[in-house]
Design a protein around this ligand. Sequence first.
Ligand code: ACO
Length: 431
Amino acid sequence: MQNNIYKLTDPQGKISEFPLREGTFGPGTLDIGSLYRDLDVFTFDPGFVSTASCESKVTYIDGDKGVLLYRGYPVEQLAERSSFLEVAYLILYGELPIRSQLDSFVNTIRHHSLVNEAILRFFTGFHYDAHPMAMMAAVVGSLSAFYHDSTDIHNPRHREVFAHRIISKMPTLAAAVYKHGIGQPFVYPKNDLDYCANFLNMLFSVPAEPYQVDSVAAKALDLLFILHADHEQNASTSTVRLAGSSGTNPYAAIAAGIATLWGPAHGGANEAVLNMLREIGDVKNIDKVIAKAKDKNSGFRLMGFGHRVYKNYDPRAKIIRATCHKVLQKLGRDDDPQLELALRLEEIALKDDYFIEKKLYPNVDFYSGIIYRALGIPAHMMTVMFAVARTVGWVAHWQEMIADPHMKIGRPRQLYTGSPKREYLDIGKRK
Ligand code: ACO
């Protein structure tokens, strides 16, 4: 290395030089864009273990120290002192709003909450037992069939209107997904309620009864949404960027992100954690489960544990863990045996050599499901809740990418190990 230039020499003596790019924090990043041109080779990094896929100013994670910053602000401070829509503004626009900016943003988000009636009719095509994430991916994707007046992705104002619309409509669609599954009528948004209270009202009120949103529940939901709002280049965000890089309709790109979030290795883990805790059932079965998680032949992993980036306690899990007891107590649900089970499971796992050596700690999904459950949200709806909050991050990353004048379509290379070239044989001549 010389003056922050790394050099690679191939067996014929040809040289390629890679400048080391330094970010605000974190490891330097080698710019290998010239490698193929200079040496006629690709790099191989399945799962992007050592590869930065983009430059970004939105979120920073220090996985070794357990640090998470949105636009430079520690998530702990935002969780304690901010609100979901203020955090959404920060993530989207890069700065905390002054009062008039926040008021105007909140007002705008409030007033985009209705969805076209035609979208609500799509639900009749789904069985009552369709998975909520299947419905969510489909109806969000279907938004791309509307709003032709404002989806010129090269127009910054169109991009902003898209951002407001999708953030505002996600709770309406998520609540419709839930209502469809339980056979209750859809509840329309009430724009005099704030974001999370409105969402809870659409989820749990019915036309036949008066319903009062519990302010403790709304506050707890707001906290979970702050913690789920963004997490830099995770699988679903990278999917939104990749889909969006082709210039596709942004609602379609968000639908791709929802599909990716669904998987149990990503956002689907919150549902999987609750299912796992239900199956464990009792503290006396924990040792067996830990042994199974350590057995490579079992194909089982401790859900809600481990993370590609965090090799320390996930700061979001720390906040949720600390809040869990308080919230459950305020909601009168502090007798939840799953919380005790989860705490005990964590305690045992964190003392186990396997988890210590591999630096496997609880992630955000380990405790979030317990709060969602206390709010009355069933396990199969939990990844939908995550998707509503993460939409803010998806949109911010999509915006950042589209606004970049150097944006290129995402198009990875491959190491081909298939058959060499061969000749087509007529069917009668094949063995
Ligand atoms: N239980 C048991 N062993 C585990 C676990 C776990 N939860 N997580 C990782 N390991 C082991 C792996 O078997 C592997 O062991 P090895 O080195 O002996 O082969 C080692 O730890 C490293 O694991 P990888 O799979 O290589 O790590 P990766 O970064 O690819 O995966 C992931 C991260 C997918 C989150 C993984 O830890 C996992 O499957 N966890 C459970 C699912 C989960 O909770 N996902 C939510 C993540 S947070 C989010 O997306 C919102």
